[in-house]
Design a protein around this ligand. Structure first.
Ligand SMILES: NC(=O)c1ccc[n+]([C@@H]2O[C@H](COP(=O)([O-])OP(=O)(O)OC[C@H]3O[C@@H](n4cnc5c(N)ncnc54)[C@H](O)[C@@H]3O)[C@@H](O)[C@H]2O)c1
Length: 335
């Protein structure tokens, strides 16, 4: 396949791009605005590969998008491009509305004009919080943050293009991802890097928020699977094999890094913080996908990756991230 992978310089998009080029022999053009979270370094493994090209562009920029589509003539657009951090969506929702609403609309119009397959990458957060049980694709949508509300809006717009114009779309909703190359504002890399530096480990509220963890390699495989085998117009959930409370994740990281438990510090909870996410993945399993990485093994490997890839995270921990961290947690990182 020839794919335009929007947002492919981010954490999951770059994992997907590597998989498709190196394991499936696809031709991939990554189209990415390079926000603070997007990094060409994430695509280093593909640099110089004949099946890969990088184009800097925003999904809401119809002109640059049109030129890229004309040059590349892909079979499908896979859209990862998003603002992805809930805390930033609470502080500054503006970019979330622009990218998720306007950006998705511009991509859909471009796909409609050229009759392209379109896959929207989405999140379990569109369903909101669930105390017991698990969400299926039929569950009502109850987003609770500007991040999840704008992602929900994008999903609905994608579905409307299927119903109204017959655009060949699918949507794949993942649970909480972890793995190498994740920007350290997110729970797992934040805790790993703070633990390795002896910085305090800020846990929101009581830390008993439960998440359904999926390795980014497994979520990427699910997306590829839906692209190849999914029924058009359908939504597919892809949840990880393990659920874990944030506090237990932090304790595991403390143990695996050899840091001191005294670094754990409870801080004021995120406003409107969802208590539990849980996804049923029956529908995508019926297509033949299975998660391959259990959380215990994936977390240990992720910690090893951050230990061994200081070159990757060092520039982040000395740039914009420091100012963000101080704004968010009211204190500076020590190192
Ligand atoms: N991280 C998770 O736990 C998770 C879980 C489920 C679903 N998702 C979804 O997966 C997708 C990727 O998430 P991620 O964690 O890799 O995010 P990320 O923040 O690491 O990467 C997002 C990428 O999108 C790019 N981007 C942002 N706005 C853009 C725009 N307007 N035009 C072009 N590119 C733009 C950024 O530069 C970056 O490379 C998102 O759609 C997200 O909602 C993430």
């Amino acid at each position: 396949m020839k794919l335009l992978v929007c947002g492919g310089a981010g954490f999951i998009g770059s994992t997907f791009a590597r998989q498709r080029v190196l394991e499936h022999g696809d031709r991939v053009t990554v189209y990415d605005k390079l926000t603070y979270a997007g990094r060409e370094e994430n695509l280093q493994a593909l640099s110089g590969h004949a099946g890969f090209r990088f184009v800097k562009g925003a999904i809401e920029d119809a002109a640059t998008l049109a030129v890229t589509l004309e040059e590349e003539r892909p079979d499908a657009i896979v859209n990862f491009a998003a603002e992805t951090h809930v805390d930033r969506s609470i502080a500054e929702p503006d970019a979330f509305v622009r990218t998720h609403a306007l950006g998705t609309y511009v991509l859909l119009e471009a796909a409609r004009e050229r009759e392209l397959r379109y896959l929207q990458v989405s999140t379990d957060e569109v369903y909101g919080s669930i105390e017991v049980g698990t969400f299926t694709e039929e569950s009502p949508l109850h987003p609770s943050s500007p991040y999840s509300a704008t992602k929900t809006g994008a999903d609905l717009l994608v579905q409307s293009y299927f119903h109204t114009y017959g655009l060949p779309v699918t949507i794949c909703r993942g649970s909480n991802n972890y793995g190498p190359y994740q920007y350290p504002e997110k729970l797992i890399p934040l805790m790993i890097l703070n633990a390795l530096h002896g910085d305090p480990l800020p846990v929101y509220g009581d830390g008993m928020q439960v998440r359904n963890w999926i390795h980014a390699a497994d979520f990427s495989r699910a997306i590829g699977h839906v692209l190849e085998h999914g029924e058009l117009g359908e939504v597919y959930n892809a949840g990880g094999p393990d659920e874990e409370a944030n506090m237990d994740v932090v304790r595991r990281i403390v143990e695996l890094t050899g840091a001191s438990e005294s670094l754990i510090e409870h801080v004021v909870d995120r406003p409107g913080h969802d208590r539990r996410y849980s996804l049923s993945s029956e529908k995508v399993r019926a297509l033949g996908w299975e998660p391959q990485v259990r959380f215990e093994q994936g977390l240990a490997e992720t910690i090893d990756w951050y230990r061994e890839n200081e070159d990757w995270w060092r520039p982040i921990r000395s740039g914009e991230y420091l100012a963000y961290y101080e704004r968010q947690y009211g204190r500076a990182l020590q190192s």
